[in-house]
Design a protein around this ligand. Sequence first.
Ligand code: ZN
Length: 452
Amino acid sequence: MLSLKSLGGAGTVTGSKHLLSLGDERILVDCGLFQGLKNLRDLNWQPLPVSPRDIDAVILTHAHLDHSGYLPRLVQGGYRGKVYATPATRDVAELILMDSGHLQEKDAEFFNRHQLSRHQPALALYGVRDAQRAVGHFSTAAFGQTVRLAGGASFRFRPAGHILGAASVDLEWGGRRIVFSGDIGRYDDPLLPDPVPPPEADYILIESTYGNRIHDKADPTEALGAIVDRTIARGGTLVIPAFAVGRAQELLYHFWKLKRAGRLAAVPLFLDSPMAIDATELMSRHMGDHRLDSKTCRQVFAIARYTDDVEASKAISANRFPKVVISASGMATGGRVLHHLKAFAPDARNTILLAGFQAAGTRGRALQEGAPELKIHGLWVPVNAEVAHLDMLSAHADAHELMRWLSACPRPPRKVFIVHGEPEAAEALRIRIGRELGWPAVVPRLDQEFEL
Ligand code: ZN
């Protein structure tokens, strides 16, 4: 009997891990890290309900940490199989996982040095070497290519927009077809292709990050321009937490448009990330996976100053002249952006712009909800800067776009599983699917098992 169990990404946006079992065979779709709330992050340290040794294949929809970040831990735990991904996802995941291993080691070291952890010594969930081993398990499959797995399963990747290389997965096994949406991107995005709708399927798992929200229709370049203008007019700095691969390139594109319109005059723009240069290279290496031609690509990425060493990054924090700084991580859970927030959040002339979804329990969410101070590296930092939030810059479909993607499925599935959303968002989408399409839909709980 084919069964489905969500070991993460159920009732939360993070930790995506969907386990399919048939007889002795097991396939895991996505292998993400829990992020945000402490009780969720603690789950990263709990053993999975299935031994990694007993999983036969992992299929990765895209490289974001909440979909890929548990892979090093899985390999550490004895996983021996392949990790299937599109070529671009493999390359992006390598950057993300190596960076994640590095950050985990750094954090543990920082906590030990300052004796901030209740655990003595504080341990890293995994390190750079574990990340490297995980990358060694990757096996690539192009969009549209049918991959046959041992145990009789086969699957294909379809473009999902969202970030470079992102895919939906349609998988056939035991006489059933199951579609995993992965994270669904925006329609008419300037950089990424439209998400391709699901084929006829027995079951569909759909993400619901913005299941209860509609993005602002305003032109993102204009909205961004207005924020830059008023920050610079105050003599301030604009800090944008954004991951170096994905959102950062999208932001650069809008800044490039502003610059062409003469709007960004003499303000320097920094992409402060050790991965930024690699990320730019990845866009050029995977030309077929995005909409920019090589000339535009070069122009867009030439407008930022890239800083890959720590001293240059510190110089940006110390420099009080007006500027724009894009730095990771996107939800301010770690990375260099924390140093910039420490430096710039206390001054009311500055602006912090949130350009993507901010999961519950992250510093990004605290900022979005108007927190008067933020805890960074064990210290409370006052937030006097303006905090702006532009949903339309998000890499995720809004509720209308999720419905547009789902309703393009040629016939009603037996059931829709709503995953990758906080409870209110998932529930709102469930109600909407029932009301507008009349399809049975359910929001799985963590580790709840379904027979398919
Ligand atoms: Zn994602």
